[in-house]
Design a protein around this ligand. Structure first.
Ligand SMILES: *[C@@H]1O[C@H](CO)[C@@H](O)[C@H](O)[C@H]1NC(C)=O
Ligand SMILES: *[C@@H]1O[C@H](CO)[C@@H](O)[C@H](O)[C@H]1NC(C)=O
Length: 452
């Protein structure tokens, strides 16, 4: 449940000025209306698993309203301890096919977690089998041959990216030597490029973000450079939570660019195929991630913290159901606003220098919309909107700002459209409008709108 909120209504301009003077850059998130960042990418609207095996079980409006555009799956835990290595490939493949078809129905890209289909989805336990032991790939080649055949037979060679192994840097998913993983990667890429030419390869899907001190990454890049097996799309995960400030695109995106440059590798597309840990899966946390993905022009797929049958339901924690009737929770409402209302062109933004408050801003037809989001944080922050004259507004005056509140009652709590808290008039000078964001709990977030 959320804490009661004292909000903007009633705050006098003088009080706002006093409050701002106490703010440091650590607590200010900015918008620069004079810098156009182009069309919104809406690429934070991807999900990991979350799609039922039964097609159309979740009504299509839940997908279309959030701009659903990326799905990753591979039949994990369907059921546990199955997949190729346990003689249970066929049912997992049928599940993959169903998920792929749902993705295609909404024109979403599909990332196939090939290691799920193999059977190493985290449920394999000590009976897990890993390709390439003693450099023996006979069984893996049999699997790859079957997979290629099935992908071709089912029209699964477009709208798809082949993710070779999920989180090899965790023993939960790869309980074999590191060198064996690098050899497996190389082997699989060569096999797939020979047998499915043109189908993009994604990876390495490390649980840890790229860093020059991480041997999984440096070893991987060394290997793919040496034998020309670099992925078409680089992927990694950001699920380590908010306490590590480097668990952030602001660190990992430039780190990846620098590492690819230093290894002499091409800089292609980057996808975060799992983002957000459970504490960040709130309206506020999701808005923070949205701001990051939009700033770095990257795609992101929400992490999924459900398990068992729930893993393949509820759109990775955006929905719940009563009986068989689905309903939206407060996070889904954020994605709906992001995809449906935040049209026009993006304008430049910066996050607070403590990295815990951010915003995504668009200029639409005679309206500015700004979605703010804090990363598991409370406290008073400030939103600073610069260069109002870029919209044809005077450099000083009064602007009435509407606030929409996105509440959260947990993953299983139904929420409707954000609450319209009404208009508050703010005076401004110097071409800059500032007002506070009272982050009294870590889950609720807000959108601010004003006309021009
Ligand atoms: C926007 O405003 C800032 C000051 O608030 C100024 O430094 C900057 O040059 C402005 N940008 C443009 C493109 O005018
Ligand atoms: C993202 O794309 C916009 C529009 O092309 C561009 O202006 C901006 O510099 C890009 N941001 C990054 C971090 O590359």
């Amino acid at each position: 449940m959320i804490a009661p909120l004292l909000f903007l209504a009633g705050i006098a301009a003088a009080a706002v000025v006093d409050l701002e003077s106490r703010q440091t850059a650590a607590q200010i998130t900015t918008v620069d209306l004079a810098v156009n960042w182009g069309a919104p990418i809406r690429r934070a609207s991807g999900i990991l698993y979350g799609v039922p095996n039964t097609k159309n079980q979740i009504p299509s409006t839940f997908y279309t309203s959030i701009g659903f555009n990326y799905l990753s799956a591979g039949g994990a835990q369907f059921p546990a301890a199955t997949g190729w290595i346990f003689g249970g490939y066929t049912s997992r493949f049928q599940n993959v096919l169903s998920n792929f078809q749902t993705a295609r129905q909404f024109n979403a890209q599909f990332i196939l977690k090939m290691s799920d289909l193999w059977g190493t989805d985290g449920t394999q336990g000590s009976n897990g089998v890993y390709p390439g032991a003693n450099n023996d790939f006979v069984e893996y080649d049999a699997y790859l041959t079957q997979l290629v055949k099935d992908l071709k037979a089912n029209g699964m060679t477009t709208n798809i990216k082949l993710l070779i192994w999920n989180e090899p840097d965790l023993s939960l998913f790869w309980a074999a030597p590191q060198a064996q993983y690098f050899a497996t990667w190389s082997h699989a890429v060569k096999f797939l490029r020979a047998n499915l030419p043109g189908v993009p390869i994604a990876g390495p899907a490390m649980s840890q973000a790229p860093s020059t001190s991480n041997t999984w990454w440096t070893g991987f890049l060394t290997r793919v450079k040496a034998d020309n097996t670099a992925p078409d799309v680089y992927t990694w995960h950001h699920e380590a939570g908010s306490t590590d400030i480097n668990n952030d695109l602001q660190t990992s995106q430039p780190a990846m660019v620098n590492m690819l440059n230093s290894f002499g590798l091409a800089i292609g597309e980057f996808v975060i195929d799992e983002y957000g840990n459970p504490s960040e899966q709130t309206p506020s946390g999701s808005a923070w991630w949205i701001a990051r993905f939009e700033r770095f022009n990257m795609s992101g797929l929400r992490g999924n913290w459900l398990s068992g049958a729930n893993l393949q339901d509820f759109m990775a924690g955006l929905l719940w159901k009563s009986g068989s009737t689905y309903f939206a929770n407060g996070e889904w409402q954020v994605y709906k606003y992001y995809a449906g209302s935040m049209t026009g062109f993006r304008v430049a933004t910066t996050g607070s220098t403590d990295r815990l408050m951010d915003n995504f801003a668009v200029v639409g037809t005679n309206i500015v919309r700004i979605l703010v989001g804090g990363r598991v944080v409370t406290g008073t922050y400030s939103l600073q909107i610069k260069n109002l004259s870029a919209l044809g507004l005077p450099t000083a005056g009064t602007i009435s700002v509407r606030t929409r509140q996105f509440s959260f009652a947990g993953t299983t709590g139904q929420e409707g459209d954000p609450t319209d808290l009404g208009l508050v008039a703010h005076t401004y000078t110097g071409n800059v409008l500032s007002f506070p964001i009272f982050q009294t709990d870590s889950a609720t977030t807000w959108a601010f709108e004003f006309g021009f």
